[in-house]
Design a protein around this ligand. Structure first.
Ligand code: GLN
Length: 195
């Protein structure tokens, strides 16, 4: 059971390290062949336009849509969440995989210098999760079939729709691996608790 991290652009290495710390078998996904080997996929933060373009060029986009419709779990962080979203409010023409029934607004929390950290209470995994937001997208609308797992103020920041999980923030940049563990449970992969 291998969990992949989409390795086209962005902070994919940090996700690989997080999965390795949990002793989950992982590979970087850079081709359709790589994608065929994995049972779950993380789409990292980075630039959603670049990742989307490369995913189409490599053929990964089409294969990913097929796998997701067959039930493969996918977790998108930040730019990864933008790529999962059905609608991008402020860039309606931008390409995305259009898989999750959410509307996001890119860069809605401000620029790089306005990046911030908050402690979230996430009933599904526990409290005091340190969430790091970097030029993060904001979820401005969710469909009925979307479960809100965490909010910051009134805004959902961690959401799930069946086999899809998405966060505005970057759990791979902190030491707390509880969201990665949650995703590994969605995939059905064994892991070792590290705390
Ligand atoms: N601002 C980026 C985008 O719109 C996302 C930022 C991130 O992934 N940290 O693609």
């Amino acid at each position: 059971m291998i969990v992949g991290v989409l390795g086209l652009q962005g902070d994919f290495r940090e996700h690989v390290w997080a999965l390795q710390k949990l002793h989950a078998e992982t590979i970087l996904v850079k081709t359709v062949e790589d994608l065929k080997r994995v049972k779950g996929l993380i789409i990292p933060g980075g630039e959603s336009t670049t990742i989307g373009r490369l995913a189409r060029l490599t053929g990964i986009a089409d294969e990913l849509k097929k796998r997701v419709s067959e039930g493969m779990p996918v977790y998108g962080t930040c730019a990864g969440m933008i790529l999962l979203a059905k609608r991008i409010a402020n860039y309606p023409q931008q390409y995305s995989f259009q898989m999750m029934d959410i509307t996001v607004e890119r860069n809605a929390y401000g620029r790089q210098v306005e990046s911030f950290e908050v402690e979230l209470n996430i009933p599904a995994i526990g409290d005091k999760f340190k969430a790091i937001f970097i030029r993060a997208p904001k979820i401005v609308d969710c469909g009925e079939n979307v479960e809100v797992l965490a909010k910051h103020g009134d805004t959902p920041v961690l959401v799930r729709q069946e086999n899809l999980l998405a966060s505005s923030f970057h759990p791979e940049l902190g030491d707390d691996l509880r969201i990665h563990e949650y995703f590994l449970r969605m995939v059905g992969v064994k892991y070792a608790r590290v705390y």
